[in-house]
Ligand binder design. Structure first.
Ligand code: BES
Ligand code: MN
Ligand code: ZN
Length: 498
């Protein structure tokens, strides 16, 4: 996949497939939009005059100018109301066009930068969003198909802009977009992988492989090391599986007095059957995505390896299967987490918080300025927020503000949920320090309260169970894993020093 960034006009090259985004009020008078080639503008103006295409959001038509203008194809996409434009508009429109291009089998695309001439959006941000949308929308997961689906993956993207003074910022934005999309698409690949193809061992080797290409340190703890470290919760969750657990440590940079250490923690349950508290059969296949938090951490660490920010960033992934057998963890069991706290098991299906407890305890050794954990933790969070946002809980307002703003910028929204005393009361145990589930109600919050017992630093928990995968294709994501959280983490790192 190559990306070129060229000064010029869109639609001036014969034989290309171009993406043209138009707002509802675009009239295509002479010289508007300035980036459009004159002959293509005249051709499109005739099309607009027919009244079929109104520039509405979600509208898209494929045109074949057939000599009336140089391009072989033009994908005309609606950007909607100019005043309502956001970076997400650019991402979605670009994603739709890229997905259409895939179906058509178009392997080369040329696009302008959407929103470039609007006030309030930097050329860099617009270029980033446009490229992200295209690369995310062109993503497909087809490695298990013996005959490929109809269509073809993108192998060349050309981004056109028409003001020389913007060359640097557009170029930077394009590069930023490439990096975040590559991170998110890596996360999607990991999350889409079936459980039998990506047990903890394999997730660890994928993380190691990535770390070598991007100059990160990678340490992988095996069952022996995990036992020695006394990670009793991770061991307990993995007890019912033939597949051994892994604890993956990815590290960018090193500790320094000059900058902060940030730790990401990702839930890495490569398949969650529920264990002895087994789940109902219907929809259980979706639980192969129960390592989406881990996937986001691996994807974000890849991006950080490329961006090389002046920070120290650590990714921690406790990884296991959750299966029932004769050795499996049982309701009523009491286990001891890495921190020394004892946990009474009420439900073995509340396994994510257990493996996270050990990782959050382990994070303490880095003396972190911030720890963000990501986990497909509760069905209750999906009930609360649906698929449009992740639930955010934490112990530090300032950090929550940063995370929320990174979510808004990246289009991966989060919404705050409380961690009041009442939720902590729900998980008091008569026999151990804490129990692993609360009552029927407020499941996302009692899970968050449980995690809070294992942190001793500024911390945010993101329950990504809703956004992690999608039953149907959206503008820039086909059905399946979305890579949720990856771009948020990357954006937070971009903004951190600022
Ligand atoms: N991985 C699930 C949460 C989940 C459910 C993610 C649906 C995505 C979609 C988690 O391990 C789990 O099973 N949670 C239980 C907790 C309960 C036993 C307190 C749940 O949400 O039902
Ligand atoms: Mn579970
Ligand atoms: Zn789970």
């Amino acid at each position: 996949m190559t990306i070129d960034v060229n000064l010029g006009r869109i639609g001036s090259d014969a034989g290309t497939t171009v993406i043209v985004g138009l707002f509802e009020d675009d009239q295509l008078e002479e010289g508007t939009p300035p980036v459009l080639d004159a002959s293509l503008r005249r051709y499109l103006r005739e099309i607009l005059a027919l009244g079929d295409f109104k520039g509405e959001k979600h509208q898209m038509v494929v045109l074949y100018p057939h000599g009336a203008a140089p391009p072989q194809r033009a994908l005309l996409i609606g950007l909607g109301d100019r005043d309502l434009f956001s970076l997400e508009t650019a991402r979605r429109a670009s994603g739709r066009a890229a997905s259409q291009a895939f179906r058509l089998g178009t392997t080369e695309l040329t696009t302008a930068v959407h929103g470039l001439d609007l006030h309030g959006f930097s050329p860099e941000a617009c270029a980033q969003a446009t490229v992200e949308g295209i690369l995310l929308g062109a993503y497909r997961y087809d490695r298990h198909k013996t005959t490929p689906e109809e269509g073809a993956p993108l192998d060349r993207l050309t981004v056109i802009f028409n003001q020389r003074s913007r060359a640097g910022s557009v170029q930077n934005g394009v590069e930023a977009g490439r990096i975040s999309a590559a991170g998110a698409n890596l996360a999607r690949d990991l999350s889409n992988a079936p459980g039998n193809d990506l047990p903890p061992r394999k997730l660890a080797s994928k993380a190691r492989e990535m770390s070598k290409s991007y100059d990160l340190k990678c340490e992988i703890l095996t069952r022996k090391n995990i036992t020695k470290e006394k990670m009793g919760a991770l061991l307990a969750v993995s007890a019912g599986s033939e597949e051994p657990p892994r604890f993956i440590i990815l590290e960018y940079g090193e500790p320094s007095d000059d900058y902060d250490t940030i730790v990401f923690v990702g839930k890495g349950i490569t398949f969650d059957s529920g264990g002895i508290s087994i789940k109902p059969g219907s929809g259980m296949e979706e639980m192969k995505h129960d390592m989406s938090g881990a996937a986001a951490v691996v994807g974000a660490m890849r991006a950080i390896g490329e961006m090389k920010p002046p920070l120290h960033v650590v990714g921690l992934i406790p990884s296991s299967e959750n299966l029932p057998d004769g050795k499996a963890l049982k309701p009523g069991d009491i286990i001891t987490a890495y921190s020394g706290k004892t946990i009474e098991i009420i439900n073995t299906d509340a396994e994510g918080r257990l493996v996270l407890a050990d990782a959050l305890g382990y994070a303490d050794r880095y003396k972190p300025a911030a720890v963000i954990d990501l986990a497909t933790l509760t069905g209750a969070c999906v009930v609360a927020l649906g698929h449009a946002a992740s639930g955010m809980m934490g112990n530090n307002e300032n950090l929550m503000t940063r995370v929320r703003s990174a979510g808004d910028t990246s289009g991966e929204r989060v919404w705050p949920l409380p961690l009041w005393e009442e939720y902590h009361d729900e998980i008091k145990s008569h026999i151990a320090d804490v129990k692993n589930t609360g009552g029927r109600w407020g499941g996302a919050l009692t899970a968050g309260a449980f995690l809070e017992k294992f942190v001793d630093y500024p911390w945010v928990h993101l329950d990504i169970a809703g956004p992690a995968y999608s039953e149907k294709a959206t503008d820039y994501c086909p059905q399946g894993a979305t890579g949720a959280g990856t771009r948020l983490l990357i954006q937070m790192i971009r903004d951190w020093g600022a």
